[in-house]
Design a binder for this molecule. Structure first.
Ligand code: GDP
Length: 284
């Protein structure tokens, strides 16, 4: 009814912190829409709006709330008996998640341009707190799917690396880092790869992409001056093997955490989305 609606409007405008934006990226079929829909449903059980079919060509920005029991970076030492928990239940911490639409190539290009503009934005309201890159962990055994996902992730990380290196040159003050969560979805499926091997597979594939890119750049620099430094992910000499750890040197932290959008309500197989929400909480 009207009071509920008013309540929601009031709540959103008052409680919503202005600068807690997260970007949800990843290949088609990973479960991004399902995840967004679940978070919306968990945030406002009263509302009947369903976004299960995002067919629009523009990205959707949803405002959702963190479960009160999920700690944030600022309140992580709170105990379960803390009265502020009750307060948190009444005033949940909200954040905004931008899901990127489209299909195939369009999805990738839109996701990357969204990342470009959000990560470079000087507007406080647009400030990006973190990137969630979702993958289907049951699909990564397929080589083409793995290559697709790794290529997309490589490009995402390269955008963030360029941003990090660019900022370092122009000013001494370090810009806030944008951490990346590789959300390994569909852990409920018994064919799913465990997060550890998802990490290894992605790292190995990115290593391959990086090596072929380095070779391309070296060939190109024969005839022209090409500054490959910012173009190659991780160490500028791509001799060593790529790992997400390499990126920590430029301030990009990558975590790989498993979960399942499907298993969230049942608390059975998979670990639901709780651990991703905890990751989000640590960015707030
Ligand atoms: P998107 O293209 O990334 O937005 O992916 P969707 O949200 O459309 O999900 C693709 C398919 O995966 C849908 O059929 C979902 O029902 C399914 N799906 C999403 N999450 C899970 C999960 O955790 N486990 C399983 N088994 N299926 C899932």
């Amino acid at each position: 009814g009207v009071p509920v609606l008013l309540h929601i409007i009031f709540f959103r405008s008052v409680v919503s912190p202005p600068s807690s934006n997260f970007l949800l990226l990843g290949p088609s079929g990973a479960g991004k829409t399902a995840f967004t829909t679940l978070l919306e449903a968990k945030s406002s059980p009263a509302s009947k709006t369903s976004h299960s079919t995002h067919t629009s060509q523009t990205s959707t920005l949803v405002s959702v709330s963190l479960p009160p029991t999920v700690p944030t970076a600022s309140n992580r030492f709170r105990s379960v008996n803390d009265p502020s928990l009750k307060e948190a239940a009444r005033n949940p911490i909200r954040y905004r998640l931008r899901d990127t639409p489209g299909h195939g190539k369009l999805r990738v290009s839109q996701g990357l341009s969204e990342l470009q503009s959000m990560s470079q934005s000087k507007d406080v309201k647009m400030k990006l707190r973190g990137v969630l890159f979702m993958v289907d962990t049951a699909a990564l055994v397929d080589e083409t799917t793995l290559r697709d996902a790794a290529t997309y992730l490589h490009d995402v990380l390269l955008v963030l690396q360029k941003r990090a290196l660019g900022k370092g040159k122009s000013s001494t003050k370090r810009d806030t880092e944008i951490p990346v969560l590789v959300a390994g979805n569909k852990q409920d499926l018994f064919t799913a790869l465990p997060p550890g091997s998802v990490r290894e597979k992605l790292e190995a594939e990115i290593d391959r992409i990086r090596k072929s890119k380095t070779k391309g750049l070296m060939d190109a620099s024969m005839d022209s001056e090409v500054d490959g430094e910012e173009e190659v992910l991780g160490d500028d000499d791509a001799q060593g093997v790529f790992s997400f750890k390499l990126l920590e040197e430029v301030g990009i932290k990558v975590d790989v955490i498993g979960g399942a959008v499907k298993g969230d309500q049942e608390e059975e197989i998979g670990s639901g989305v709780r651990r991703w929400e905890e990751w989000i909480g640590m960015c707030l």
